[in-house]
Design a protein around this ligand. Sequence first.
Ligand code: C2E
Ligand code: CA
Ligand code: CA
Ligand code: CA
Length: 279
Amino acid sequence: AKEQGRNTYQFYTEGMQEREVRRLELDKDLSEALARNEFELYYQPQLDLATSEAISVEALIRWNHPKRGLVPPIDFIPLAEESGRITEIGRWVIRAACQQLRKWQGTSLAKLGIAINLSGRELAEADLPDFLAACFREYGVEPGRLEIELTEESFIANIEHNHKQLRRISKLGVKLAIDDFGVGYSSLGYLRDFTVDQLKIDRSFITDVTRRHDDAVITRAVINLAHNLGIRVVAEGVETEDQLRFLRQNHCDLAQGYLMSRPVPARELPRLIESGVLP
Ligand code: C2E
Ligand code: CA
Ligand code: CA
Ligand code: CA
C-alpha cells in the first residue's frame, strides 16, 4: 500500500501527517511543473445547435507529468486551490489561452472563442483584471474571444469584492459563464446583478434527461429562465444522440460532450473543427 501510495496523489486513506507531507510534495511538484512548462491545455468543442458548427472550445488543463503521464485536473486543482498555487497556474492558463487565440488568427479557427475555468480564489486576486488586460494587449487578442467560467459559489462567495472584480472583468469585454449550473447553492439574484453571457447546465441533469421526467423538467426550466434573461445556454456532458435531439427540440443554444468530441490537444483541433464535430 505504501508503494502504491507513493505513486499517486490520492490522499483519502492516509493519516493526517502523511497527508500533510504529500500535500507539500505535490505543491512543490506543481511549482516545478510550472517552471518546466509541463501543463497543457486540451480543448473541447462547443457546438452551436442552430448551425451545427463549433463556435467555441473549453480549455481544460492537463499535466504532462514526466513519470505519471497525463494527470487530470481532479488530481491537482483542488490542492492547488488550497495551497494558493492555483493563482500561478491560472495565470499560466490565461496566458496559454491568449497565445492560442493569437496563433489561430488568420487560420480557419480565427473565429473560435476559448472558455477557461477560473476558481473563486483566482477571481478574488485584486490584480486579475489588470493581468487579463495586459495579456490581451501583449497578444493582440480581442477580449470578447475569451470567456471565463465560474461556478455559482464564486458569484456568491466574498460578495462585495468578487462583484467588483466581475464588473471590472466584464468591462474589459470578457464574457462570463456560470459553470455547473443547478448543483450549487443557486441564488438567482446574481443573474440579475451581472452581465452573464452563458449558463452551463450541469452534466448531472443531462445524463438522464431523456429518461427522467424531473431532469427534463429542470433542463427545460433552466433553458427558459436563461432565454428570458437573454442568456445563452450550454448543455454539458452530452453523450448520446437522444440527448442532443432533446436539447435541440428544447432550443438549447450549445452542446458540449463526448458525443461531439473529448477534449483534445490544440494540434488536433483544426482537423476536428474543419471536418465538423458531429458524429
Ligand atoms: P468542468 O469545468 O465542469 O469541466 C467539465 C469536465 O467534464 C471536464 O473534465 C471534461 O473533460 C468532462 N467532460 C466533458 N464532456 C463530457 C462527457 O460527455 N461526459 C463526461 N463524463 N465528462 C465530460 P476534466 O477535464 O477532467 O476537468 C475537471 C474539472 O477540473 C473541470 O470541471 C474544472 O472544474 C477543473 N478544471 C479543468 N481545467 C481547469 C483550469 O484550467 N483551471 C481551473 N481552475 N480548473 C480547471
Ligand atoms: Ca467548466
Ligand atoms: Ca462544468
Ligand atoms: Ca465541474
